[in-house]
Design a binder for this molecule. Structure first.
Ligand SMILES: C[S@@+](CC[C@H](N)C(=O)[O-])C[C@H]1O[C@@H](n2cnc3c(N)ncnc32)[C@H](O)[C@@H]1O
Length: 248
């Protein structure tokens, strides 16, 4: 892909007094960090899709396993590439996502305060990672410059549809969005409910675009007297869990 060059010749500043401050190595390092950021999140995605945090959590608190031991526990995988898994885990351990135990030659991996947020039902942020690294999202980011040049939305430029219309036709993507919303809304509503007291005097509440009802069920937990109405697309409501507490 060609990059867009600025108009006119580029002037090289040779006169010392006109020259900007020399670029420091810190600036170059920052650009490298930004460049590799996208790759790092995809490596973390591989870790989550393989189920590594859950495999480690099942061993019990403080447990650690080698890459070979983790590979032997991967479901439906007769011939895992242990070397590739070890590279992935070592990289993530260097980014402080796992605890590295033992030597570089015989490393073992365990959960730490970072990777514990990738297991269980409370505060697990995997759904946020899985939506933002979903292949259709990653592909859409590649059209961001077209959003500027053509005054369009990058996701629509790629798929020909707005996000929620695309989701209607792609059940797997729709599930990824709904899992994300459940995770995101729960965290956000905890903060809203701590500070916002506007629900006190209401009798009923409607969430227009209520997704699977996460925000509503959090509100009903604190305000069970409310009659709550969830409004969303038929395919979303059809797969939504029943909300307990309050009157729906
Ligand atoms: C960002 S989510 C809302 C999350 C929800 N309010 C919560 O806090 O958990 C937006 C929702 O709007 C829904 N939506 C989009 N277009 C819609 C339409 N035309 N009719 C009904 N719902 C729609 C989507 O299906 C999606 O679930």
């Amino acid at each position: 892909m060609a990059t867009l060059a600025p108009e006119g010749p580029i002037t090289l500043l040779s006169d010392k007094k006109d020259r900007p401050q020399p670029a420091t190595i810190d600036g170059q390092e920052l650009l490298r960090e930004i460049t590799f950021g996208g790759i790092t999140s995809l490596i973390l995605r591989a870790v989550v899709v393989l189920g590594v945090p859950e495999i480690l959590a099942r061993q019990g608190p403080g447990a650690s396993l080698s890459a070979a031991q983790i590979a032997a526990r991967l479901p439906n995988c007769a011939h895992p590439n242990v070397g590739a898994l070890d590279c992935i885990l070592k990289y993530m351990a260097r980014r402080n996502v796992f605890q590295l135990i033992g030597s570089d030659e015989e490393p073992q991996y365990g959960l730490n305060d970072v990777s514990r947020w990738l297991v269980g039902n409370v505060g697990n942020v995997s759904p946020i990672l899985l939506l933002h690294t979903h292949e259709v999202h990653m592909a859409a980011w590649n059209h961001l410059h077209e959003a500027v040049l053509e005054n369009c939305v990058a996701f629509g430029r790629l798929t020909g549809k707005p996000v929620f219309e695309y989701a209607r036709e792609h059940p797997d993507y729709s599930r990824t969005i709904n899992d994300f919303m459940m995770c995101y809304s729960k965290g956000m509503m905890a903060v809203v409910l701590e500070h916002y007291k506007g629900f006190d005097d209401l009798k009923s509440i409607v969430d227009v675009g209520g997704n699977v009802g996460t925000a509503l069920s959090e509100i009903l937990r604190v305000y069970p007297h409310l009659k709550a109405i969830k409004f969303d697309q038929p395919h979303v409501v059809a797969n939504a869990p029943r909300i307990s507490g309050g009157s729906m």
